[in-house]
Ligand binder design. Sequence first.
Ligand SMILES: [Zn+2]
Length: 264
Amino acid sequence: MRKILVLLIAAALSLCTGCANFNIYSEAQENALGLEAYGEATKEYPVITSGPDYDMVQRVGRRIADASGKAYEWEFKLLRADDMVNAFCLPGGKVAVYTGILRYTQNENGLAAVMGHEVAHATMRHGGKRMTNAMILQATAAAVGVGISMSEMSEEAQAGLMAAFGIGAQVGVSLPFSRGHETEADLEGIRYAVRAGYDPYEAVRLWERMAEGGNGGPEWLSTHPDSIGRAKKLEQEIPRILQEEGKSAPAPQQPTAPMKQIRR
Ligand SMILES: [Zn+2]
């Protein structure tokens, strides 16, 4: 059933590339679904509630959230899953970071790049746009319209919603955002990182580390292809974003750690 669902969604998306910015859902509807999906997506792994990594996730998350200017009810969860190289932000500002991605982010600037990117998917409402594109099965749209909660929807509709929000891996449905949405999230995410005072060039190094350590690997890469292409595009765009945000280029960084330290 899941395979059929993926094919349906993929077909609907490919037919509708021109309407990627059309969204039939209200922000309140998206946020309510985001909150429900958050409970669903974070229950599988232990939630870390103290320690330096937890503190870092709260600190970076708060700064990125403030930089986004969105008055969401923000929440930042660190989930213990060393083999999950992933992170997400659901509509309404519900963020999760898996411990596995910290090997790649390596420092606060790297984490800011990941969180900036994920937060930008939410603030730019890419999930709602994808639900509109695919219509995530008409039953879902109808259910949302009359205020039926996610837990009352069919299993297929729930899986479709989670796929649209970019957390389909939780239910075995992986659906990358479109290239257009990815580019938007890359650039807007960097803008948040710059505004929050982080070194945006660490995003370039992060994508390079992902590409090197990838090898058929991290979950993040399966929904975020072409790391090297992204790194190059970001490097070109960063000076413009720095200028637009009234910031100067950061001092050069130490070279990043050799990949040996990252490989599992
Ligand atoms: Zn993305």
